[in-house]
Design a protein. Sequence first.
Length: 601
Amino acid sequence: MAYEDGATAIEVRNLTRVYQTGRNGDQVRANDDLTFSIARGEVFGLLGANGAGKTTLVSQLLGLVRPTSGSIRIEGVDVVSDPEAVKAMTGFLPQTGLSMRLVEVRRALHYTGRLRGQSEKEARHQTTELIEELGLESVADRYVDQLSGGMMRLANFGMALMGRTRLLILDEPTNELDPRNRRLIWDMVARRSLTEGTTVVLVTHNVLEAEKAVHRVGVMHGGRLTALGTPGELKATLGDKVRMELFVKDSESLKPAEMSLLERVGSVVPGGREGVYLVHSDPESMPDLVKAVTSDLGMARVDDFKLSRPTLEDVYLSMDGGDSAAPIPELVAKPLPAPEPAVPVARLPLKERARRLLVDFKYLWLEQMLEVRTTWTWSLLFGLLMPVAMVFGLSRIGGGLNDPTSLLYIVSGAAIFSVATEGVATLAQRIGVIKTDGMMVYYASLPISKASFVGALVLSRLILIMPGLITPMVAAGLMYDVDFTISPALLLVLPLSCLALSAIGLAIGTLINSMDLIVVITNLLIFVLLLAAPVLIPPESLPLPLQVLGYLLPPTYAADALRHTLSGDLGAAFTLDIVVLTAMTVFGLAGAARWIRWRLA
Ligand SMILES: Nc1ncnc2c1ncn2[C@@H]1O[C@H](COP(=O)(O)OP(=O)(O)OP(=O)(O)O)[C@@H](O)[C@H]1O
């Protein structure tokens, strides 16, 4: 096998990760002094019960979680000091939380390849190749989100393979797949390991399947490695045993007396489901075992039983029998050779970095824009109709129609109100969804910069919210013959207002971790906007506390700037508005870039 050439791909030394839980300083050692290595081209299975520490280990391999102590080297590169270099050589399939759900399968693959640094030609070529290899031709032009669970998993697996990375980290790749597709995945993994020397870390609960696919297995329990070796080595720990899988009638549990009948002839562990037990005994005790089951326990209690040689699952279940699961020293205490100095990672030249930033920005922006396809008609309709309705409705009140100042307030207020609701509220909520659905982890696992991610998110929204700014002016022009000239100041104020309000929305969404709170805060903002802000109402007609409150809100400055622009009054007040809007844009974008958690912890 390719991996036997001995080169080390992953080296983990004394890796410990401690989490603080709760307020009273409780600690969880999610990874406890792990030391092991994985060879280049090896398929390494990571097994362990829920909470064993697998995700914590994988997150550290990906540079998403910082170790409390110890080190990880991937292809000689230190993960903590050069996470970007490691991300560039890693394809990742998370269990959940993939992005690119609302684009077509073909695009999801192509864009992922581009974001992993492939050229346009390479990305197109590999996309076509993978669609064929995965048998996804008939759904290649359907949205990923609209595929069946299994098909979606295949598409996600394809995304992990894009970029032909040296390392693949696959979390439960065969979940939801039928037996034929499961075999397809294992064959594809084996091919990559064998012919391309790809190193694969496979997290799985499906021990029986993993046995066929992996070269070596690491079993984790309570944050520690309790066994590490080939499936053959692990099975040898059970010795020359016979295995019986016993199914109790009606899936009932065995009573203590019944358990002791079986324990007389072998060791008994639960078989992973209610009413299923695994009994391991010496070959010479087999007749006694069969007798214990058929006559002592009696066929009135037994539904079925199967006799076979032990499998990896037996080793796993016998090791994972609660807190007593002790490490098998001969399988875990293999020392690593003395560490070599970490391979220094050369920084890309400035020009190349700028090119990558633009490519990342383009594909992230395209993804965001295309995701909006499912809702753009509603957003646009809302952005067009609401301001028109406001201009029409508000101009009927009081002296609106006859009074140019009121009309100016109505037009600028309607424009800014619609942009504030769309810009602040929808962007804050969008980033909230990205965080709560776990998609942020996926973006963070790609070798992209936060700047291109934030920029793409904000700019994709501008196209949707800009019409809301322009329609009130067009409506006033058509309905009331008001002539607003397009001045250079207007061309500055319109995008700057959109940018400032979107940046604030993004900052709110990134800073607050509860989706419910994001919804409450953004609605509160709109409520205050209607009640107090001098957006639709001249400030002098508001009591002082409400005026002050209004001037604390970004939309007030946007509305003020728009009014000054439309009336041609570009004095000191207008300059102040522009300064405040610019400051808000910078603060919002810088804050969002800082608060977005590219590392989980
Ligand atoms: N962010 C966190 N804060 C506090 N504790 C955490 C955090 N993440 C994980 N833990 C704890 O660390 C331990 C290991 O969790 P981890 O998610 O790594 O296990 P796992 O083997 O991946 O489990 P599963 O198979 O259920 O995904 C658990 O006790 C878990 O509660």
